[in-house]
Design a protein around this ligand. Structure first.
Ligand code: TRP
Length: 469
């Protein structure tokens, strides 16, 4: 890029020095081995607790199929456009979040890069605590069965020393994978785990269809309540879920795209990733709704954010004896896989910033950042109200704000975004990209500001609970 950008110079110069010192080429920063590997890693980031818990829970809360329809609309109008913005910035600059703004001439936008790192640390700190609960349920299903009183059991294991222990163990696993690097760590883990996850979820959906009484679940899930289609809070919830589920708004996919070559088609990969992400969310609905309705557990779903996953489902599984244990174990193992591959992308945002901006080697960067996140996570592991605050602040404020920054920066400031996205794509794609830019410039900011405005109430509530409890 041009010489008048001093931020770019120092970032670029720093990288070259580090590479020279070891006799490496800049390519040793890391790169995907295959197109499939990149897609699996990105899908791995996208598919997580958001698909298997947040999506069904929001669908239940917002009137079933109407929410699903709005969600698909938001994936196309908001999710994919912002994903392409992250891809363009990451691949175009070849740097992770902080450096990407600097190198492309957006010095004043660098605070967004720092926001992304802070968001990654905060989300991972509590995400890992929830993943710790998931590991604990998976282990229980295999070795001892589900507890007879899941609600009391959940209350006793959600916080305190055991929760801390499982959280630390989960973080250790994430650190080891990220330490392995882009190709040998992240790509390899994703290529192994994601296809397995698809098979497990599809198998569970088939099993759920055999339950007697599942019909009511399908009709709730698949028959739209048309009046919800125009409800602003349903629309905002669908928009928020679209970018949370696609891992947007904190540079995770930006960072993954920085390891991508120029001949890959960004629109094609983006479409594949969004389709796979929606596919898993939709399948998760085909597992959860039949189970919930077959066992008459409707009330537990919309009632609390963790109720469906850690209380209602185990209750259903427990009532099925041995078969329930097997299915329950499969379910929680699938959930754990989804959580690991998402957690990897969260840590990678922090690690890649240390590598690109501060010339830290990957190993110490992974260990240092990982231990730091693990320590921060001790707080939400000790207090579920703290977890609620971290969830609300990141989900309602940091991510929409980050997505807003990305939409505005790539839409209005970044040079030649259309050329960057068109590079490597089929020639016919170019004519659609004007529409893409329009969505980034106008529609996405309006929607994101609306989401931010509506999200502030949620943060207040969470803080009130933390202080009051
Ligand atoms: N998308 C993941 C999920 O659905 C969560 C996640 C991982 C995420 N990385 C992210 C969300 C980055 C926002 C930003 O569970």
């Amino acid at each position: 890029m041009s010489d008048d950008i001093d931020g770019a110079e120092s970032a670029g110069a720093g990288r070259v020095t580090a590479a020279d010192a070891e006799g490496q080429t800049p390519a040793d920063r890391g790169a995907w081995n295959s197109r499939f590997g990149f897609i699996m890693a990105a899908v791995g980031s996208a598919v997580g607790l958001g698909n298997m818990w947040r999506f069904p829970y929001l669908t239940a809360e917002h009137g079933g199929a109407a929410f699903v329809i709005l969600y698909v609309g938001m994936l196309v109008l908001l999710g994919i456009p912002i994903m392409l913005a992250e891809f363009a910035l990451g691949r175009g600059t070849g740097l992770s979040s902080i450096g990407a703004f600097k190198r492309s001439g957006g010095k004043r936008w660098v605070p967004f890069g720092y926001l992304f790192v802070v968001t990654g640390i905060t989300i991972l700190a509590f995400y890992s605590v929830i993943a710790g609960w998931v590991s604990r349920y998976a282990i229980a299903a295999i070795f001892s069965g589900f507890p007879s009183d899941p609600s009391a059991h959940f209350g006793s294991m959600a916080s305190g020393l055991p929760a801390m222990g499982f959280h630390l163990a989960f973080m250790a696993m994430v650190i080891v994978i990220v330490m392995g690097g882009v190709e040998k760590g992240i790509e390899r883990a994703s290529v192994l785990m994601m296809p397995l996850l698809f098979v497990l979820i599809a198998g569970l959906a088939v099993w759920a269809a055999t339950l007697s009484g599942s019909g009511a679940g399908y009709s709730f899930y698949l028959a739209p309540n048309v009046s919800e289609l125009l409800n602003p809070s349903t629309i905002a919830a669908a928009a928020g879920q679209a970018f949370f589920s696609l891992s947007l708004g904190m540079g995770a996919l930006l960072t993954f795209a920085s390891y991508l070559s120029r001949d890959s088609s960004l629109p094609r990969e983006g479409g594949t990733i969004a389709t796979a992400d929606f596919g898993v969310a939709f399948l998760a609905g085909l597992v959860i709704f039949p189970v919930i309705f077959a066992f008459g557990l409707q009330d537990a779903v919309g009632e609390s954010t963790v109720g469906a996953l850690f209380i209602a489902l185990p209750e259903g599984f427990a009532s099925l004896g041995v078969a329930g244990r097997v299915v329950g174990a499969v379910f929680f193992i699938a959930l754990l896989i989804a959580a690991v591959t998402s957690a990897i992308s969260l840590l990678e945002v922090v690690v890649s910033a240390l590598i690109d901006e501060w010339d830290v080697q990957r190993k110490p960067a992974s260990i240092g950042a990982g231990i730091f996140v693990a320590l921060v996570g001790l707080w939400p592991a000790a207090d579920t109200n703290a977890l609620g605050v971290m969830d609300a602040v990141t989900g309602n404020i940091f991510l929409p704000l980050g997505a807003l920054g990305l939409a505005l920066y790539v839409g209005w400031v970044y040079k030649n975004p259309i050329d960057e996205v068109a590079m490597g794509a089929a020639p016919g794609v170019r004519r659609w990209l004007k529409g893409w830019l329009w969505l980034l410039r106008f529609l996405a900011p309006v929607l994101l500001v609306a989401i931010l405005a509506m999200g502030i109430g949620g943060v207040r509530e969470a803080i009130a609970e933390l202080i009051g409890g």
